[in-house]
Write a protein that binds this ligand. Sequence first.
Ligand SMILES: [Zn+2]
Length: 313
Amino acid sequence: MHIRTPVSIALSCLALAWAASAPAGTVRPADPGEEEDLVPTGKGVGERAGPEHQRPPFAASTAARSRTNGIVYHGGPLMLGTTHIYYIWYGNWSGNSATTILADLANSYSGSPYFNINTTYYDASNTHVSNSVSYLGSTTDAYSQGKALSDSQIQGVVSSAISSGHLPKDSNAVYFVLTSADVNATSGFCTQYCGWHTHGTIGGADIKYSFVGNPDRCPAACSNGTPPPNGNVGADGMASIISHEFEEAVTDPDLNAWYDRRGEENADKCAWTWGSTYTTANGGTANMKLGTRDYLIQQNWIRATQGKCALHL
Ligand SMILES: [Zn+2]
């Protein structure tokens, strides 16, 4: 997910989208229609190599919607049946309410009107994504790779968590590497993206994983920019970024399933758009309740006749 930079919105969106989609070292082939969409900067291609997202300006999102009414299936697998989530708390999260807020989030996707949007996506056998998600646990990693992580080191964090037995090896899961605010991801966290997802072969299995940094490190780029409904700017921002990466991982786990002609996956098409919001009792801004908590989570793309961004289906 790209950063929410007001200037060069279109560029940011694409850069983030690509980053999220692009595995380290792999760049998606340029799309013939893309330069037109990237105008006026024209730099989108070079930026695609990075990991994924940050928040694009609303104007950019609107432009994307008006030009692409849909999203295209490219033949690859989806994550089907009950999908699983694991968290790896990297760095120092002691005393941070994020560990509770975001565990509650992961426990609340299943059966929600929000996650139901993803059931509009299907594979070559016409099997649709299920609105069924299980959060199966977490582990911690106290800076095993230091405080400046390369993309390969982030995969290493996931690999270590599995090989050490702290987390099971599960190819129908998304492993989230959640870094504390003192940790950077050197391929562009805070400058090009706020998070990304990809996959890799770990222990002989196709493992899907995602990096999501703490927006406390760069609130102007990666927080939601409004009062946090759970009183934690970083965690409330991560709730939206995690949701973004998760729904993309489910519908495009190997980066060869659902995305549009600009290379944008479902959540990319609606990044940093919120739909209708309300004010919570503590003065926060939210747009949905999942479980017992209010969150401000970006809209997602409904794959329908015209296609649209929405908060629920
Ligand atoms: Zn994305």
